[in-house]
Design a protein around this ligand. Structure first.
Ligand SMILES: Nc1ncnc2c1ncn2[C@@H]1O[C@H](COP(=O)(O)OP(=O)(O)OP(=O)(O)O)[C@@H](O)[C@H]1O
Length: 301
């Protein structure tokens, strides 16, 4: 983590439709994959300004596996949208994979980022089959770009279906898949990223709606990916510490749009920072590489 240096002039805080841009400025440090030093504002219906992210300063380096935790409305998804190049900051700056958001076309950049998020899920055509859903991830788009697809993409897609235990879904329509099956397809889709796979993986609540076996399978698939590609930086947003993959190295705690704590899991996934973040006395334990949290029992005096 480091402080911001040169705040950029405001490009209005709108989603990627506005501007979609990257400049050719040199990257700040070779190992920096995503650097966010930004504030995001919106206006409520009454015109009152809302601070979604307040001066958040965060850096993800190659090989780091981050988890982002925080209460509802903390700004977790907003932060992931910034890091994925689908949202422009109101103030400050964002650099992703060496490119500065705010200059030229972001579409090429997005092809290098694997994402699981609710907006993408909603936008996918329900009639696509499982294999096609995974193949849309090859170019970071919602549509199946048939003309750009080659044999190598299909080979990779089938391999990823196997990785997430979803070979049988290759010919099932997305709309007919259960929630757990869809989440597995979406993870495989996020891992597509062209011929070589993504250079940054952003998973926004990837285990939503999963039963216990499906959740465990998903966590295992994320962990397997981290072991297979240890250099691939990953950011996972979750509500439940039980869903944090054992390969996670760093944690960011957000509350009301501000960073409460950020650092290694050993520093951050502890009783005090988590209790402060959620405003609740919490007890955190780790066993077999996995975390668990519960409200601290009240001791009788
Ligand atoms: N377009 C918008 N206009 C106004 N407020 C918004 C807009 N988008 C998000 N917000 C608000 O910004 C805050 C942060 O939203 P965000 O989705 O990033 O939170 P989150 O931490 O991901 O929440 P959750 O855990 O509930 O998914 C919320 O209070 C939300 O209502």
């Amino acid at each position: 983590m480091r402080g911001r240096d040169h705040p950029e002039p405001d490009s209005s805080p709108t989603a990627a439709a506005v501007g979609d841009a990257v400049s050719a400025a040199p990257s700040p440090a070779p190992e920096a994959i995503a650097v966010v030093a930004a504030t995001v504002r919106r206006h409520g219906r009454d015109g009152a300004p809302l601070l979604l992210l307040d001066d958040v300063d965060w850096r993800v380096a190659g090989g780091e596996q981050w988890v982002v935790l925080g209460p509802n409305g903390a700004g977790k998804s907003t932060l992931l949208q910034l890091a994925g190049g689908v949202l422009h900051p109101s103030e400050g700056r964002v650099r992703i994979l060496g490119a500065r958001v705010g200059g030229t076309d972001l579409r090429t950049l997005r092809e290098r980022i694997g994402r699981v998020d609710a907006a993408t899920t909603r936008a996918l055509r329900p009639a696509l089959d499982g294999l096609q859903v995974v193949l849309t991830g090859a170019f970071g788009s919602i549509a199946l770009q048939r003309r750009r697809l080659a044999e190598v993409h299909e080979r990779r897609a089938r391999g990823l279906l196997a990785l997430v235990g979803a070979e049988a879904l290759a010919i099932r329509r997305f709309e007919d898949c259960s929630q757990g099956e869809r989440q597995r397809l979406l993870l495989a889709r996020a891992l597509m990223g062209g011929e070589r796979g993504p250079e940054l993986l952003l998973l926004d609540e990837p285990a939503t709606g999963l039963d216990l076996p499906s959740r465990e399978r998903l966590v295992a698939a994320v962990a397997a990916t981290a072991r297979e590609r240890p250099e691939l930086p990953t950011v996972t947003v979750t509500h439940h510490v039980e869903e944090i993959p054992p390969t996670t190295t760093h944690a960011l705690l957000l509350a009301a749009g501000r960073v409460v704590a950020a650092g290694t899991v050993d520093e951050v996934l502890r009783d005090e920072p988590l209790s402060r973040c959620f405003g609740l006395g919490l007890e955190v334990t780790r066993s077999g590489g996995r975390w668990a949290a519960r409200v601290r029992p009240v001791t009788a005096v």
